[in-house]
Design a protein around this ligand. Structure first.
Ligand SMILES: Nc1ncnc2c1ncn2[C@@H]1O[C@H](COP(=O)(O)OP(=O)(O)OP(=O)(O)O)[C@@H](O)[C@H]1O
Ligand SMILES: [Mg+2]
Length: 585
């Protein structure tokens, strides 16, 4: 029932098209029914003389047949065309709807769900729905209407013979029905195996460089083989079950024909039934079981579609918990951009807090540095600000108000992050920088690139700003990517900037150049800088030291050094001479 409801819902806006296709289908069914009846007239004429017929001549009969075949051709074209247009349109709607939906889901969702599996749902499953609309709907209707109409004709010709020859039909109906449920479970398993396979291939290809460098090709191929084998085996099993009814129906249909020949033949020999009528029986018998076969195979398509529809709807049913509050509003007046964490406790898993009671404040226009050992929770702090996650306790506020009270687009539109892992899209350098503010002028882009100290290397690229980067583009070095992502963030021209290890991959000299340029730009902006290289944050207004999710100490560089706590120990450890990266035994 849910399937029918879901199905009805996804047909929204395409119902007229689908109805047209059904009308054409009905015409087609009718056109199939008539020719044997016209031929029956001719046979009657030959065997019983002109008086036994309705009086049509050969010309009229031929003309009528021609007309019927023309309708048959046209209606077949019509139902195929209308149903496919409807199906492809629904497919398009569903794809775009799932994509838009996926995009709105919170960060947490993407750490739990594999990309490949999402691709499988929004492409493969949506395709299965298309298949059903294009082939399933009109054909199901034909498969139901044709036998019913043929039966009615046969009953009107000779009820007794009809009763005998149609006796096996309920059996055929029962067989189709019996396998409906079984097949569904099997196809669900098949879809899940396919999603696993796609996810694994996606994973492997994304990490192909790692696979090659650790010479793991054969092991990762084995893993794909394992998934593919499971997909194959489940498919074979599902197919095995789903084609059983076809075989049975063929046999049952054969029984029907045997019955016509046996019972109808003897009646004809006894002169109880006209040859012309027997002809109609024999021709119809060849057709009457066909639709049951079709129903069996449509059931397959239907079950695949219903499983897939279910999977798509399950995805669409995932609600985002990070959404605009009903009363979210842009604060009135000129906003201030101070940031405040108050008693913030947060864990990706609510039972295992990563941040505990974090309190700190960044005045509007100030630069605050967040330092601490790896895994201390620095990136997590920066993820709470644009509400990638909401804390379990405490509040994060911007401009004096809880971030949960601001519209998401407004909040995120005013924060420009440079994240720890840089991601560049497939496209030109220019496209990637423009991502920060698509309507920016070329001059703005150049300024941002210059400030990020990226202009120089960009101009040296084969096609400058038009060079393709990202997937299938040229490879940039780690430091070059970082500088592009800084340019992208600077271009956004947001009042709050977050730099998470933004210059960790450039040499110290370049880092100083970037710092100087960014320093000019960040004037009047509230900035959160996360850095491991402590030398780069000594000028920050305030330094917040995180230790295992807690604020261990806070103050200016000089204050913290004088205090002799964690920060001063970290500074000592970072004295370039003190710790060589690799110690020789
Ligand atoms: N998406 C996530 N899901 C679950 N746990 C996470 C997630 N991201 C980070 N963590 C965990 O949260 C803790 C803090 O991680 P975080 O990335 O904030 O550290 P960090 O201080 O930025 O470290 P680094 O200096 O290495 O970047 C770590 O123990 C990490 O394993
Ligand atoms: Mg981090």
């Amino acid at each position: 029932m849910t399937f029918l409801r879901q199905f009805y819902q996804i047909l929204e806006g395409r119902r007229v098209l689908l109805s047209l296709s059904v009308v054409c289908g009905l015409l087609f069914a009718l056109a199939n029914l008539i020719p044997p009846l016209l031929i029956r007239e001719l046979i009657r004429w030959i065997t019983e003389g002109r008086e036994a017929t309705s009086g049509f001549g050969l010309v009229e009969l031929s003309a009528a047949l021609l007309g019927v075949y023309a309708v048959r051709g046209l209606s077949r074209y019509g139902y195929g065309r209308f149903s496919h247009v409807a199906a492809y349109s629904v497919m398009h709607d569903l794809m775009i709807r799932s994509y838009r939906h996926i995009q709105r889901l919170p960060h947490r969702f993407f750490t739990q769900e594999r990309t490949g599996s999402l691709i499988a749902r929004s492409v493969n499953d949506v395709e299965a729905v298309e298949d059903f609309i294009a082939h399933g709907v009109p054909e199901t209707i034909l498969a139901l209407v044709i036998p019913a109409a043929m039966m009615a004709v046969l009953f009107s010709i000779d009820p007794q013979l009809a009763l005998i020859t149609l006796a096996p039909i309920p059996l055929a109906g029962f067989l189709v029905y019996r396998y409906v449920k079984k097949v569904r479970g099997m196809w669900r398993a098949v879809r899940e195996r396919l999603a696993d396979l796609v996810a694994q291939i996606h994973d492997n290809l994304a990490g192909i460089a790692v696979i090659k460098s650790f010479v793991q090709e054969s092991r990762s191929a084995d893993r794909i083989e394992e998934h593919s084998r499971r997909f194959r085996d489940t498919s074979i099993e599902a197919n095995y079950i789903s084609i059983i009814p076809s075989g049975l129906i063929e046999a049952v249909g054969g029984c029907g024909i045997v019955l016509v020949i046996w019972s109808g033949g003897s009646s004809a020999l006894e002169g109880k039934i006209a040859v012309a009528d027997l002809f109609v029986f024999i021709v119809y018998m060849g057709h009457i079981y066909q639709p049951f076969l079709q129903l069996a195979s449509i059931n397959d398509v239907l079950q695949k579609a219903s499983v897939s529809t279910d999977r798509v709807f399950q995805l669409l049913a995932v609600e985002s918990d990070i959404i605009d509050a009903p009363d979210a509003a842009v604060p009135p007046g000129k906003p201030s951009w101070d940031i405040c964490f108050e008693g913030v406790t947060f864990g990706y898993d609510p039972d295992e807090p990563v941040l505990r009671e974090v309190d700190f404040r960044i005045e509007s226009g100030q630069v605050v540095a967040l330092v601490g050992h790896t895994g201390a929770g620095k990136s997590t702090v920066s993820a709470l600000l644009p509400r990638y996650y909401d804390p379990q306790q405490g509040t994060v506020s911007v401009g004096g108000g809880d971030v949960r009270g601001l519209p998401l687009d407004y909040l995120r539109g005013h924060i420009a992050p440079v994240q720890q892992d840089v991601f560049l899209f497939h496209g030109s350098v220019l496209d990637n920088i423009l991502f920060g503010r698509p309507e920016a002028t070329e001059e703005d882009v150049r300024d941002a690139a210059a400030a990020a100290n990226a202009e120089e290397f960009i101009l040296e690229l084969p096609e400058g700003y038009d060079t393709l980067v990202g997937e299938r583009g040229i490879r940039l070095s780690g430091g070059q990517k970082q500088r592009l992502s800084i340019a992208r963030a600077l271009l956004k021209d947001a009042p709050i900037l977050i730099f998470d290890e933004a210059t960790s991959a450039v040499d110290t000299e370049t880092e100083l150049l970037i710092q100087e340029a960014v320093g000019r730009l960040v004037r009047n902006r509230t900035t959160l800088v996360i850095a491991h290289r402590l030398s780069t944050v000594r000028n920050a207004d305030t330094i917040v030291v995180l230790e295992r999710g807690r604020v261990a100490e806070m103050g200016s560089h000089d204050e913290l050094v004088a205090r002799g706590g964690l920060y001063s120990r970290m500074i000592e450890a970072q004295d370039p001479a003190s710790v060589p990266l690799i110690k020789r035994a």
